[in-house]
Design a protein around this ligand. Structure first.
Ligand code: FRU
Length: 469
């Protein structure tokens, strides 16, 4: 351990001791940072039976400072035990942030690949074409608790020469004895794309292929991921720079996926981009395969560079952001659907079923399943201000009051077209709501900060099951 690592560890331990696990908006079913700021999920995996989640972590600054990898473990993806910081920004090649990356489980070991971010400061730079390093780094672990030493694998000079300095967020997989990596890139002429690399030994990597849409689609793709759900190959990317038309009423940045038709290594094309989530708070998702074969998706339940709304209520408590609830992905009628992981069942305390109408006071952590919806009739109000409603062909998530200090934190309305509404599931935790529509064909996620916990569901002719956790 070098002197910087030692001091960073000491300071992190000290600030974590100030954490208040009892503060009002901390949640029960979601992974949160002990103190300070969290963003992307990193290195998601199941290793020797235990789930590991790393996260972009800034313990010293609740509004996001230099990033390191926080680390938590779990037996069920729901109750997380916080472990120490796994990777600190303590080397010349990652001194401005241990940025996002992944875990590869191979031959009994855990391999963490990430981006070492460096911003040069010797003169004025634009940090797009000059002045930024996006280094690809590997840290190994035998036990999933101790990581290192770090090995620098690639620098910007090793990437194709048409790329800007923005190359980051490696995601690695193994196929037929070879290793492949996707990284998100911004080209010098401002196109967001994905660069595939290949390796025989996990260490030496060469650029293999560039993946892009037929016409330009945003200026940067972050956190790419390539995986297969029920036989369908999927390329996921968090896209920056979509403007005009439908994008104007959506979030500042988007997270979604393309179906990949054909062989991605040689000749393939991408389908239309589908959003993973239509709510306010969802970015930088990452998938992993559980040991039982399920493909699980987790995302940061937050939004970068968002001025419209925020999380004042938890900032005051000294922490900000959480992950989404883990979601199982599956294919149904040609669509990729999401549902809360089945482990949730184990935590249920009570259940009741009503027809047409259900209301409750005081419950903070619950799941509502509404099925047999007739004639698209659906309306729910949570925490007195969050309205979920079907109206004129759209499913809407809308806050009645947009005060940044209040329940919404400044959030307004999000909507998506739905032809026939059949089923809705609402998973509410203390300060978050995730709504799964038609068996998870569409999802809406949001943070919320109710002053008073209440819930009212009106849905004539439907069955409404409430489960309390
Ligand atoms: C996405 C992202 C990644 C980067 C990380 C830094 O939210 O910008 O591209 O690696 O966050 O925290």
């Amino acid at each position: 351990m070098n002197a910087l690592t030692r001091d960073l560890k000491h300071m992190t331990d000290m600030v974590e001791q100030t954490a208040d696990p009892g503060s009002r908006f901390r949640q029960k079913l979601h992974l949160m940072p002990p103190v300070g700021w969290l963003n992307d999920p990193n290195g998601l995996c199941q290793f020797q039976g235990i789930y590991h989640a790393f996260f972009q972590y800034s313990p010293f600054d609740v509004n996001g400072g230099v990033k390191m990898w926080g680390h938590a473990v779990s037996k069920d993806m729901i109750r997380w035990e916080y472990k120490d910081t796994a990777l600190y920004p303590d080397q010349p090649f990652d001194c401005h942030g241990v940025y996002s990356g992944c875990a590869l489980i191979d031959e009994g070991k855990m391999y963490l690949y990430y981006t070492g971010n460096v911003k040069l400061e010797d003169k004025e730079y634009d940090y797009i074409l000059e002045g930024r390093e996006g280094n690809t780094i590997l840290a190994e672990s035998r036990d999933g608790l101790n990581f290192g030493p770090k090995k620098l694998l690639m620098r910007n000079g090793d990437y194709p020469s048409d790329l800007s300095c923005h190359v980051r967020d490696p995601k690695v997989w193994k196929e037929k004895g070879r290793y492949y990596m996707v990284q998100g890139v911004r080209t010098k002429d401002n196109a967001g794309q994905v660069q595939i690399f290949e390796s025989d030994d996990r260490i030496n990597w060469k650029p293999k292929k560039r993946i892009s849409t037929s016409s330009p689609f945003g200026y940067m793709w972050e956190c790419p991921d390539y995986f297969t759900v029920d036989g369908q190959n999927i390329l996921s990317a968090s896209v920056q720079g979509l403007t005009g038309g439908i994008w104007e009423e959506r979030n500042v940045y988007q997270s979604g996926y393309f179906f990949v038709e054909g062989d991605i290594m040689t000749d393939s094309y991408l389908s239309e981009y589908q959003l993973w989530d239509y709510g306010f708070d969802f970015y930088a998702p990452q998938s992993f395969q559980a040991e039982d074969g399920r493909i699980i998706l987790l995302a940061w339940m937050g939004m970068p560079d968002c001025e419209e709304y925020g999380n004042i209520s938890t900032i005051r408590e000294g922490w900000q952001h959480c992950f989404t609830f883990p979601r199982e992905l599956y294919k149904k009628d040609g669509k990729i659907c999401q549902r809360p992981v089945r482990e949730l069942e184990q935590w249920k305390k009570a259940e009741r079923e009503e027809r047409d109408y259900l209301s409750a006071e005081g419950a903070k952590v619950y799941d509502i399943r509404v099925s047999g919806i007739k004639a698209n009739r659906f309306r729910a109000v949570l925490g007195e201000e969050l309205l979920l409603e079907y109206k004129e062909g759209y499913f809407r998530m809308e806050f009645e009051n947009r005060d940044k200090e209040g329940t919404s934190g400044g959030r307004g309305v999000r909507r998506s077209e739905v032809a026939v509404l059949r089923q809705v599931e609402i998973l509410a935790d203390v300060s978050s709501v995730e709504v799964f529509i038609n068996d998870g064909e569409l999802v809406f996620s949001t943070r919320y900060y109710p002053r008073h916990y209440s819930m009212e569901i009106c849905c004539k002719g439907a069955s409404i099951i409430e489960t309390v956790f």
